[in-house]
Design a protein around this ligand. Sequence first.
Ligand SMILES: *[C@@H]1O[C@H](CO)[C@@H](O)[C@H](O)[C@H]1NC(C)=O
Length: 144
Amino acid sequence: MGNLKSVALPLLLAVSIIHLPFSESIWFVNYHIHVTNDLPLLNSPPGKPNLFLHCKSKNKDIGDRPMVKGQDYTWDTKINFFQTTLFFCNARWEGRKRRSFDAFVAYRDERRCVMHHQSCMWSVREDGIYFSKDNATWFNEYPW
Ligand SMILES: *[C@@H]1O[C@H](CO)[C@@H](O)[C@H](O)[C@H]1NC(C)=O
């Protein structure tokens, strides 16, 4: 058993080093997740929050926050060893809509979110919750 351990650890390290260019995200990359309130004001006053956002993982609660138009809700995460990192959010457009969405899923976002400064960008809009990996093109991944 002691022998197996003395072989297994250096082997694991060697494999990690060989795979470094492909899997370094598991160990080092810090992802920035942004969720912006881009909802139209309609008849709500500009200074009053019209969106309530609550994002969390199994282990970490980012908080339930009121958001005014244009406000950004952001946090950072790394991907855990088993690549099971998952943050989900509940979005509530006051008096109109609510839904939950996955803001960061390790296997889905590991690659697409490294393109633009390691950022996953979400925009909450009138017809749904949009994603962008480049902060230029947006896709409605979670219609209300
Ligand atoms: C995305 O673009 C907007 C508008 O140019 C800018 O304000 C924002 O900081 C950018 N976000 C990121 C994460 O680069």
